[in-house]
Design a protein. Structure first.
Length: 367
């Protein structure tokens, strides 16, 4: 089996609630890229990469498409079932930029699952969870509006939440206090600043809410700043944006910098490298939020399969981003019920893109 063609599709993902806001950023839609890898045997696989805008991480939609088209000629003629070899080759074709390689890696997993007749979660270790616990994001807005969203989400049966903060620290203190006051017993909440606070402001916020039960997630931009904040806080700490490699995770564990990490698939370069980090975290006793930067049903399928293959005791929560979009880009995405999601047992990712919605490919590479 050889790769015969790589197609790229661009699709916009508008927000049901009008916008999605965090820290100092807000978007009404996100720019996603779907990759289709075709083979000479008629089997194809799909993957998706959707950066959270151009200024969240060192990743942006146009860069993903440019990078994939740069690598693609070197991938034509390769066997997509040899996923490890594909990853080695991508690293030789393009130095760094792991997010660019993620959708290709996911598409190869989709092909491998289809060829072997098994879902991707089996390839990643087996289906260890029948359903995957979700969290819902309470997007940053005025404190009262965030309280209303939390109440509504709890009425829907959801039990784990992430509230977006990281703007004005005084208003964030008010946001946290008002939202926590409405959190039902047994439910969990993380205040996620997405790198938005300066160190001195972060210390002030965690001190002002020291009497409340919640998680603090990525208060500052750098690992070193977050480490200082942890020294001033009794809250469990989740590190996200600065956990961008296996080396970063190992350092964080060694220095007791966090209690959990946010494992984003595209930030690590795809399912292959995310699985390595997932397995190391399990060995070290680190629990994980398993998700990605953003995406539709294809990205969510990859999230669900990695989470399905993770023991529940190490899986903190996951996202279902397609819930936030106005329209589906694929059929067969994760089924959501009572605060959990699950994927079918179909071979591969189990999803089929809405080709009519995607339209003609914006790039096709055959040589």
């Amino acid at each position: 089996m050889k790769i015969s063609k790589i197609n790229l599709y661009q699709v916009s993902l508008p927000m049901k609630e009008g916008s999605y806001s965090w820290s100092n950023q807000s978007f009404e839609a996100f720019d996603s890229t779907v990759v289709q890898i075709k083979t000479d045997e008629g089997i194809y696989g799909v993957g998706e990469i959707c950066p959270l805008g151009p200024a969240y991480l060192p990743a942006f939609a146009e860069g993903a498409r440019a990078g994939i088209t740069t690598m693609a000629p070197g991938l034509i003629g390769q066997d997509p079932r040899h996923i490890g070899a594909i990853n080695v080759l991508m690293d030789r074709l393009l130095k760094g930029h792991p997010y660019i390689k993620s959708a290709v890696d996911i598409a190869c997993h989709d092909i491998f699952g289809k060829v072997t007749g098994q879902p991707v979660c089996n390839i990643l270790g087996g289906r260890l969870q029948d359903e995957v616990r979700l969290f819902k994001v309470v997007s940053r807005s005025e404190p009262e509006a965030m309280v209303e969203k939390l109440i509504d989400y709890q009425e829907q049966g959801l039990k784990q939440f992430q509230m977006k903060v990281g703007a004005d620290p005084d208003v964030d203190i008010e946001r946290i206090r008002k939202v926590v006051a409405e959190l039902r017993p047994g439910n969990r909440l993380a205040a996620d600043a997405n790198c938005g606070w300066y160190q001195h402001d972060a210390v002030r916020v965690v001190s002002a809410v020291s009497d409340l039960s919640l998680y603090i997630e990525q208060p500052c931009e750098t690992y070193e700043e977050c480490r200082v904040v942890r020294d001033h806080s009794s809250h469990p700490m989740i590190l996200d944006e600065c956990m961008d490699s296996l080396q970063a995770v190992m350092r964080g564990h060694r220095e007791r910098a966090m209690d959990a990490i946010n494992l984003k698939i595209s930030r690590m370069g795809g399912l292959t490298k995310s699985r390595i980090i997932r397995d190391v975290c399990m060995s070290l006793g680190i629990v994980m939020t398993i998700e990605d930067t953003w995406g539709g049903e294809i990205a969510d399928a990859a999230i669900a399969h990695l989470a399905h293959s993770t023991p529940r005791e190490y899986h903190f929560q996951s996202s279902a981003f397609h819930e936030y979009a106005t329209h589906p880009i694929a059929e067969g995405g994760p089924v959501i019920k009572d605060g959990f999601m699950s994927m079918s047992h179909k071979p591969g990712l189990g999803v089929e893109p809405n080709w009519d919605l995607l339209g003609a490919p914006i790039a096709s590479i055959t040589t």
